[in-house]
Design a protein around this ligand. Structure first.
Ligand code: C2E
Ligand code: MG
Ligand code: MG
Ligand code: MG
Length: 299
């Protein structure tokens, strides 16, 4: 099924359930042959300071606009790229694109004389388990930073719980090497794996992203609210900043504000945006691309 999505007439690729091995194999081949720089694109979703509405940062999200399939979403190809190892050069490219874009955004903020109260946005980049385990990963991060002059504290790397579950010394050593560079680490999709709050104690983690499934359930029961509130407060006690993922409505925003959740991301504020629109968001988070979200309602 291919359907029209958005102004750019990109069709979204959705494999039917009965599509099997052959289809996967074909997509895999196409993925492995696609020249990275010209085949993929990176979108940037704002991570919003919930109290002020400003863009605290962005998450880089890769897309694959495919000649015959339409836009292939990461859910369809990241696992394939993991299997073949293609994720290593692809992930390295996303990282360097995202760093270049961060420099551009920070330059815009510095040049904007009206933006006296605005901080330079940070950039958050997803790192898949295989990419993180690759021998050259830490060096690559170091090289990208050296080549760009980006302040290391402006870069966040998102790891999932599956990386932390393999509780070996290499994982911890590599995480320390990354934080020694000044780069921060976030746990992504918190709550979906075998979540253990001990991760927050045992690993050098600066940010925690509460999975969308918890935000979806937020208004449904006092227990759900208490669960998220508990995570927010505990994280705060441990000096870990919380980001709520997948905020889609005003009610969720208000509940999160009431429990003191500092940061959030979701379609209520903005979808993943092309670089130029992300740059506009940095300078004018209240512009009309915010849809029905109004800043006053969050104050
Ligand atoms: P993620 O890291 O948890 O990223 C958040 C996903 O939630 C994104 O999907 C984003 O578009 C979506 N999202 C954000 N707000 C909302 C909302 O309010 N409602 C809904 N329904 N969705 C929302 P996306 O871009 O399709 O990416 C899916 C996953 O693919 C990501 O989940 C991440 O695990 C992976 N991914 C994306 N880009 C990369 C990449 O460059 N490298 C690696 N290794 N993985 C990536
Ligand atoms: Mg992520
Ligand atoms: Mg996530
Ligand atoms: Mg997720």
């Amino acid at each position: 099924e291919a359907k029209t999505a958005g102004k750019r007439q990109w069709r979204r690729y959705r494999p039917a359930l009965q599509e099997g091995m052959a289809e996967r194999h074909e997509l895999q081949e196409s993925l492995d042959q696609a020249p990275i720089e010209t085949s993929f694109t990176v979108l940037y979703q704002p991570i919003v300071d919930l109290a002020s509405g400003a863009a605290a940062g962005f998450e880089a999200l890769v897309r694959w606009p495919h000649a015959t399939r339409g836009v292939v979403l990461p859910e369809e190809f990241i696992s394939l790229a993991e299997e073949s190892g293609r994720i290593i050069p692809l992930g390295a490219w996303v990282l360097s694109e995202a760093v270049t874009e961060t420099i551009r955004m920070q330059t815009l903020v510095q040049a904007d004389t009206w933006a006296t109260d605005r901080h330079s946005p940070y950039m958050s980049v997803n790192v898949s388990p295989r990419q993180f385990r690759d021998e050259g990963f830490v060096d690559r991060v170091r090289q990208v930073l050296d080549a760009s002059q980006l302040p290391p504290s402006s870069l966040v790397l998102e790891l999932t719980e599956s990386v932390l579950m393999r509780h070996d010394d290499r994982v911890l050593a590599d995480m320390r090497a990354i934080t020694d560079l000044g780069v921060r680490i976030a746990i992504d999709d918190f709550g979906t794996g075998y979540s253990s709050l001990s991760y927050l104690r045992d690993f050098p983690i600066s940010l925690l992203k509460i999975d969308k499934s918890f935000i979806d359930e937020l208004g449904r029961s006092p227990q759900q609210y208490a669960l998220v509130e508990g995570i927010v407060h505990l994280a705060d006690t441990l000096g870990v900043k919380v980001i709520a993922e997948g905020i889609e409505n005003q009610n969720q925003l208000e509940l999160l504000l009431s429990m003191g959740c500092p940061l959030g991301q979701g379609f209520l504020f903005a979808r993943p945006l092309a670089a130029d629109r992300a740059e506009s968001f940095v300078l004018a988070p209240n512009a009309d691309h915010l849809g029905n979200w109004s800043r006053s309602a969050s104050q």
